[in-house]
Design a protein. Sequence first.
Length: 415
Amino acid sequence: MEFTEASLYEFIHSNDVKFIRLGFCDIFGVQKNISIMPSMFPRALEEGIPFDTAEINGFLDIEKADLFLRPDISTFSLVPWRSYNDTVIRFISDIKKADGSDFEGSSRHILKKVKERARRMGFECNMGVNCEFYLFENDADGRPTSRPIDNAGYFDISPLDKGEDIRREICLTLDKMGIYPESSYHEHSPGQNEIDFKYSDVLTTADNFMTFRWVVASIAARHGASANFDPRPSDSANMSGNGMHTNITLIRGGENIFRLNSAGELNPTAKHFIAGVLERISEISLFLNSVKSSYNRLGKFTAPLHVSWSYRNRSRLIRINNEKDFCHMVLRSPDPVCNTYLAFALVLNAGLDGIEQKTEIIPPYDAALSGQKDAKKLPASIEEAIALAEKSEFIGRVIPEKVFRKYIEVKKWEN
């Protein structure tokens, strides 16, 4: 349901809303929030709610003055698990300066700018996300352990699959919040789960993924478990990593550019887009694979290692999914702890560069991984990813210099 400001005021009054949460994230994708009383909602819409940037990781020294959270009314949702006795609603917020202009260091603003570039080029970009995560047992004090909640495997069912009820409640909660899961199931490893949700435009998908991680963690906690999105939470030989496969579709003039022709081939525009992503993938890996354990996942099990693409091989970095109603490319390297706003902005901009510059694509590689030993590889460590990012002129065209340097500074300190 779409709301206007007037209908939102009516909803707040009619449903006796007690708290309004304003969500946003820092430059590393960690969700933050301020709760306000309904009496403050007019001020939030007109002026924004101030917050101290010095206390938010990554904002320090980027903007010394107060910034303001202004709710985007199109992102309205209930918070179902907090609305049994008192109704709680939530908005994702834009970050503004005191004069009402956009804060350049806002991840959401950065993605909006790239989305606008796509629009000017005549493209609408849709994305969908398939996200893996683990469910671990808590100890007697409620702290997470390293013990998976079950010993089930791929597509197993209860009673082996002990995450079934948790996934069910997650999916029902997401549906109530306007995020529509398409499938959910047990993944390969003990305690590992996957939920895939319906594609939306690129900004909405980034918003939805931030909400998704919050919902998964909150519902898991209600069941006495802990959700873990770490790319490789365990080095155990039988526990695979968590990926965030990203499905990308470009629409131009009502036509999906990733739809194959009668010969089973992509059109030149789609090839240029993929070529642009492949050309930049190594230098932007730090923003798709943002923690040390990200590089313990890549190249393990079926996670990609080589910079390659395929029409058929499901283990390639990029593969083409020729579904009847949703032909798309699948980028398989990102993992679930990245800042999706920055990750999507960089990937989309790289592809748009490829289209503008008519970048030539490398041949598809459909054979097994073992036959591609000499192909270019993704970074082998976060140190290598940092070094490649530091040299990148491309990243500096997407992410403001101060934000880019702060991101690098913190990643070096962490590692």
